[in-house]
Design a protein around this ligand. Structure first.
Ligand code: FAD
Length: 295
């Protein structure tokens, strides 16, 4: 199967810390640039820790590659002036798309002043008014942890789209059924933008398990049990994670998902292997398809 021509693929990175992290990201970008994604995105640190890191990383990619770079921007605790200034800097850099988010509330209720915007739909309107950017937003097939119920979560997503989003990327999920049902339901609410599937290959189970508790993504029992059985065998854990993600991606593409956004965690290997397993990049001969039984 080669669906490369009709589907959009994108890769997500986070701003690296320290020399080692910077070197690793550069290496990752060099490998993944060969896959010619539609764009690569750079996350925005909650609490301001990596705000400048996002800009610096985006700038580096823009200046040193021919990749289209898409910075994430979140609005919680950020003034209008700071948002305006950030958008001006990105416009000057030649950025054409932004992933617009609210951002996570600081854990434990501590943090600075809340800022003028409470929700991402307000940031979307602000960016629309500023002009010049396509806008991508986040959405949640297994629902956002703060949402009181699925219906309000989907209505809030529809509100962001009405505010001017052109595309959405989902939080990662491991049950494709959750994605298909979500897409059907939000279509009924009038959402007609592409909903790109966010794919998180599990290469370190403990890390993803921790993160999933916080972001509300469900790891099905059959995956948890298999991963726990591989607790002392990181290579098998990784191989199994890549196999699951490959099967997920195959099914998503077959069922017509408009694209896949890879949460790379700044590492190239899983994405390269999935790409090869899918037959999207047959030239990568040096990587044998990963063998692991999902049954
Ligand atoms: P919103 O759409 O504002 O939703 C937040 C919550 O409020 C939801 O429960 C929603 O249902 C509810 N809500 C929304 N609007 C209203 C309203 N008008 N009235 C009442 N309730 C409402 N976080 C980062 O810090 N940096 C990143 O770079 C980053 N990248 C991400 C990329 C993707 C693709 C995704 C899916 C998430 C990303 N996140 C990132 C996480 C995100 O910031 C958190 O999930 C955050 O808690 C919600 O952001 P949002 O933009 O979806 O918020």
């Amino acid at each position: 199967m080669n669906t490369r021509k009709t589907r959009a693929f994108s890769f997500e990175f986070f701003p690296p810390k320290g020399d080692q992290g910077t070197d690793r990201l550069r290496d990752t970008i060099r490998h993944l640039a060969a896959l010619k994604p539609q764009y690569v995105s750079v996350t925005f640190g909650a609490g301001g820790s990596t705000r400048d890191g996002t800009y610096q990383t985006a700038r580096h990619i823009q200046k040193t590659t021919d990749l289209q770079v898409v910075p994430h921007l979140s609005c919680l605790g950020v003034s209008r002036e700071a948002l305006q200034e950030t958008l001006e800097r990105y416009r000057d850099l030649g950025v054409r798309r932004i992933v617009a988010l609210r951002g996570d509330k600081p854990r434990g209720g501590h943090g600075g002043p809340p800022g003028p915007f409470k929700y991402a739909n307000e940031l979307v309107s602000f960016i629309r008014q500023f002009g010049g950017f396509s806008i991508t937003v986040g959405c949640y097939p297994e629902f956002h942890p703060e949402s009181p119920d699925p219906q309000s979560c989907m209505k809030n997503f529809a509100r962001k789209v009405r505010a001017g989003a052109d595309e959405a990327i989902t939080q990662y999920f491991f049950s494709n059924e959750a994605y298909y049902t979500f897409v059907d339901n939000v279509h009924r609410l009038g959402v007609d933008v592409p909903i790109v599937a966010g794919l998180m290959p599990i290469t370190d189970y403990q890390q993803i398990a921790r993160f999933s508790t916080f972001c509300g993504a469900d790891i099905p029992l059959w995956i948890r049990k298999r991963m726990e059985a591989f607790a002392n065998d990181p290579a098998s854990q990784k191989a199994f994670g890549i196999e699951i993600a490959t099967r997920q991606a195959e099914d998503l593409l077959r069922q017509g998902a408009p694209g896949i956004h890879f949460y790379t965690l700044n590492k190239a290997e899983a994405t390269l292997r999935i790409w090869k397993n899918l037959g999207l990049f047959p030239a990568l001969k040096e990587l044998a398809p990963v063998q692991a039984s999902v049954s």
